[in-house]
Design a protein around this ligand. Structure first.
Ligand code: GDD
Ligand code: MN
Length: 387
């Protein structure tokens, strides 16, 4: 019988599918640098019954070292669900995951753990896009996919992910309480997004990583993961009510733009108002209409002052005036000086107006803050036995 072991500080999940060549060195390097920190740990390998029998190899390693535990899933596939399955078996106060293919350097783990020494930090992300991070050997295609994925994440979940540089990271640590009692619904490849959208946390830091090319085995990322990603974003956007807020903002903004253009056309065309007067009135009405929609839909806006509707309206105005004035100037220059037909000019002017509104700091949504850390010094891997 084995003696009961106290729960370790860290439980790191290694998801594997056909990683026979990578598993022994990744585990050896992890153990080496974790032992140097003095922290207690367990490594939970979750293998989906790999055809190359990675699970068998993992079990052999686990037989030698009780800190290595193995979950062999049969009849089930999927990176995100595998990671959650691993956390279910994990006993550590800190839960984490790292791709098992050596694209992340195991030696960066102590620095990631240290980031959680700060009691204000609940999640530390191993980031490929934080300052100082490097990404090796990526095709232009892979870059483009990654960029689109990050942009989509921001659009779908502007509050949860708006400030996260690498929401798709396959490497992060978090305090157990972030997901304790929370029902994650993992799908696809992106487990971090699930945690950031549904988890309970305050501080997040991103720690820059040196992300390397794969030397052994191959990526399991396929077209299917892209559709899974889209459906995951939509589900999370709904579940967190961010979708509802986005629609409300679109209704408010869209009706403002429609009122702006419609009124401008009616005043100039129908009533033969001078273009500046028509433009000014149309801009003013648009400001009030978007404000009214927001009050009705209860969305408010980031940075709204405390107090009643009148003080909010005054504040809203102050923020919208620069955009309105620049839009009006654009309209005047285009229509009066350059002879552009006024409706075409008005479309450009309204675009300028909207861009200034949202570019000029008047953010609709306040993203949850994230701190980015440059890569921290890590243990040298040079004398690794199995590298
Ligand atoms: N158990 C299990 N089941 N593990 C899996 C599965 C699966 O179905 N699919 C992949 N893995 C394991 C791999 O063996 C590897 O250890 C890790 O998950 C990452 O998979 P890769 O196949 O190497 O994916 P990638 O490098 O193309 O993309 C991954 O890394 C990126 C950066 O971290 C994904 O996690 C991306 O979402 C991520 O952006
Ligand atoms: Mn990989």
């Amino acid at each position: 019988m084995t003696r009961p072991v106290p729960p370790p500080t860290l439980s790191l999940v290694l998801p594997t599918y056909n990683e026979r060549a990578n598993l022994p060195p990744v585990i050896a390097r992890l153990i080496r640098c974790l032992e140097a920190t003095g922290a207690s740990f367990e490594i939970v390998v979750v293998d989906d019954d790999s055809p190359d029998r990675t699970w068998e190899l993992a079990e052999a390693l686990g037989a030698e070292d009780p800190r290595i535990r193995v979950v062999r899933r049969r009849g089930e596939r999927g990176l995100a669900t595998a990671v959650v399955a691993g956390w279910r078996h994990a006993r550590g106060r800190v839960l984490g995951v790292m791709d098992a293919d050596l694209q992340y350097r195991p030696e960066s783990l102590p620095a990631m753990l240290r980031a959680l020494d700060d009691p204000g930090v609940d999640i530390a992300i191993g980031s490929r896009y934080a300052p100082g991070a490097t990404v090796q050997e990526w095709s232009a295609r892979r870059w483009a996919i990654s960029l689109c994925a990050r942009l989509l994440a921001r659009v779908a979940l502007p509050e949860a992910l708006g400030a996260v540089l690498d929401p798709g990271a396959g490497y992060f640590l978090m305090r157990r309480r972030v997901i304790e009692g929370i029902e994650l619904q993992p799908q696809g490849f992106k487990i971090l997004i699930e945690v950031l959208a549904r988890g309970r946390y305050a501080g997040v830091v991103e720690v820059g990583q040196q992300y390397e090319g794969r030397r052994e085995g191959e990526s399991k990322l396929r077209g299917r993961q892209i559709t899974e990603y889209l459906s995951q974003l939509l589900d999370l956007s709904r579940a967190t009510h961010e979708l509802r807020r986005s629609v409300a903002y679109a209704v408010a903004g869209g009706s403002g733009v429609a009122a702006h253009l419609g009124l401008l056309a009616a005043l100039t065309e129908g009533l033969h108002w001078p273009i500046l007067a028509a433009g000014a009135l149309a801009a003013e009405v648009a400001i009030i209409i978007t404000f009214a929609w927001r009050e009705i839909l209860g969305t408010g806006y980031a940075g709204a002052p405390p107090g009643g509707a009148m003080s909010r309206l005054a504040h809203w105005h102050r923020r919208r005036v620069p955009g309105g004035v620049l839009g009006l100037a654009t309209l005047w220059i285009l229509a009066e000086w350059l002879g552009v037909p006024y409706l075409r000019g008005a479309v450009v002017a309204v675009t300028v107006n909207v861009l200034v509104n949202y570019g000029g700091g008047a953010r609709l949504r306040q993203p949850r803050p994230v701190r980015a850390l440059a890569p921290l010094p890590s243990v040298a891997p040079s004398s690794m036995p199995m590298n």
